[in-house]
Design a protein around this ligand. Structure first.
Ligand code: GMT
Length: 386
C-alpha cells in the first residue's frame, strides 16, 4: 500500500507513534509518506521506503494569521495525487483530521481513505475552545475509521461527544529490543547522574500543564527528606520555566537536573530506579511504557492510559492525581525495598513486551485494507489488542 501519515514533528508521543508505525509499515513493504511541518523527532534520514514530505506554511504579509491546517490540507492533497496514496492516516484529530477531510474534498473521486488516531489532548482539550469541539466532531463523523490509543480514551471520546461512532482501540507499542534493561556495565553511565548510594528518578514529557510537573517536583522534595535521591527531568515545553523556578525555590537545584530534549532516551531510561508521571490525564502514557520496557517500575497518577499499562503493586504504583505526598510515599516504599523494586522491574519489562509492535501494526494494516476495500472477505474488528 501507499500510505500517507500526518503527525506533529515534536518529541510528543503521537509523533513518536506515527514515526514508529511508518518505519514498521515500510519494513513490511509499504511505501510511507510522513507529512509534517518538520522532520519528525525520531525519523533518521535515509530510511528505506519512508519519505518525509514537509508542510510549509505561507507567510504572505496580508495573511496575518497563517494557517497550518490549510497548508497541511493542500500538501496532503498534493502528496496523495503525486504519490497515488491509498490511505491517509492522521495522528491527532485536531487539526490533522480536518485538514485531511479538506484534502479529500479537493481530490474528489480520487481521494484516498482516511484513518484518524486519537491520542489524548485532541479529545480532552475539546472543551477548551468551541472550535476544537466542532472540529473533532466533524472528524469523528466523516473519517472512514477512528482509533484510540487506549480504552479509557475511547470511553472518554464516546462520553464527551455522545457519539455512536465505532472506535477501535489499538494501543501504543514499544520495541523491546531498543528499550531494554541496562547491562551491568552501565554503572559508570549512571554515576554521571547519581553518585553511588543515591536513587535515580526520571521523568520524560513535553512539559505541558497537563503533566503537572510541579506535583512531581513537590513529591521529590518530600522524598528527599528520607531518601538520598536525584531527579532527571527530560524534555521541554511551556511549563518548564515554572518547573525550574519551583526547583530553585525548594532548594533542589543540586539534586534536580533539567536535560531538555534527549533523542536517544533509551540510553537514559535503563539507568533509572523509578520513572515518575504526575499527569492529570494521559491518553496512553508512552513514556511510562518505554521506561517499563527498560525494566524500570513506574509511579504514576491514575490518569487514564497508565491504568491500562500497569497494575498498582505489580509493575509500579498508581496514586491519585494532585497528591504529591502519596507519590512520595509510593517512591519511598519502593526505594526502601530493593527486592520488591527489582521484582516490579522484571514484571514491568514482561508487561511492556506484551505491547507488541507487530500486532499493533497488523491491526492498522487491517484497517487500511478494510477501508480501501482490499480485504479478502470480511475482517472482524477486535475490541482491543492487549
Ligand atoms: O503527552 C503529550 O503531551 C504529547 C502527546 C502527543 O501529542 O504526542 O501525547 C499524547 O499521545 C501519546 C501517544 O499516543 C500518549 O502516550 C500520551 O498519553 C498523550 N498525551 C496526553 O494525553 C496528555
Amino acid at each position: 500500500m501507499r500510505i500517507g501519515i500526518a503527525c506533529f514533528p515534536t518529541s510528543g508521543g503521537s509523533g513518536v507513534v506515527a514515526t514508529e508505525l511508518g518505519l514498521a509499515l515500510a519494513k513490511r513493504g509499504h511505501e510511507v509518506y510522513l507529512v509534517s511541518p518538520a522532520r519528525p523527532f525520531r525519523l533518521a534520514a535515509g530510511e528505506r521506503r519512508v519519505h518525509f514530505e514537509p508542510v510549509s506554511v505561507p507567510d504572505y504579509p496580508l495573511q496575518a494569521y497563517p494557517s497550518y491546517g490549510i497548508a497541511l490540507a493542500c500538501r496532503l492533497a498534493e502528496v496523495a495525487e503525486r504519490r497515488r496514496l491509498d490511505v491517509i492516516h492522521v495522528h491527532y484529530a485536531y487539526p490533522h483530521a480536518v485538514s485531511a477531510l479538506l484534502a479529500r474534498d479537493m481530490l474528489g473521486e480520487r481521494a484516498p481513505a482516511l484513518v484518524v488516531t486519537l491520542h489524548g489532548t485532541d479529545i480532552t482539550l475539546a472543551e477548551r475552545h468551541p472550535c476544537h469541539e466542532r472540529a473533532v466532531r466533524f472528524a469523528l463523523d466523516r473519517s472512514d475509521h477512528v482509533t484510540a490509543v487506549s480504552d479509557s480514551l475511547r470511553q472518554e471520546t464516546l462520553r464527551r461527544f455522545g457519539t455512536q461512532r465505532v472506535i477501535a482501540v489499538i494501543r501504543n507499542f514499544v520495541d523491546p529490543r531498543v528499550f531494554a534493561p541496562r547491562p551491568r556495565s552501565s554503572a559508570g553511565a549512571r554515576r554521571r547522574y547519581a553518585p553511588p548510594g543515591e536513587a535515580l528518578l526520571v521523568h520524560v514529557s513535553n512539559f505541558r500543564a497537563v503533566k503537572r510537573v510541579p506535583d512531581l517536583i513537590r513529591a521529590f522534595a518530600l522524598l528527599r527528606r528520607h531518601v538520598p535521591a536525584r531527579l532527571l527531568l527530560v524534555g521541554d515545553g511551556e511549563a518548564a520555566a515554572t518547573a525550574r523556578r519551583l526547583v530553585a525555590r525548594l532548594g533542589l537545584s543540586r539534586s534536580v537536573r533539567f536535560l531538555g530534549e534527549v533523542r536517544r532516551v533509551e540510553r537514559l531510561l535503563p539507568l533509572a530506579d523509578l520513572f515518575l508521571l504526575a499527569s492529570e490525564r494521559e491518553g496512553f502514557g508512552l513514556s511510562a511504557l518505554e521506561a517499563m520496557a527498560c525494566g524500570v517500575p513506574v509511579v504514576s497518577t491514575r490518569s487514564g492510559g497508565p491504568e491500562e499499562i500497569l497494575t498498582d503493586g505489580l509493575e509500579g504504583r498508581l496514586v491519585p492525581v494532585g497528591a504529591p505526598a502519596a507519590m512520595a510515599r509510593a517512591c519511598r516504599d519502593l526505594l526502601g525495598d530493593p527486592e520488591l523494586r527489582a521484582a516490579m522491574g522484571r514484571r514491568a519489562r514482561e508487561r511492556a513486551v506484551a505491547f507488541d509492535r507487530d500486532q499493533a501494526v497488523e491491526r492498522y494494516e487491517e484497517l487500511y485494507r478494510r477501508c480501501i476495500g482490499a480485504a479478502s472477505g470480511p475482517v472482524a474488528l477486535r475490541a482491543g489488542n492487549q
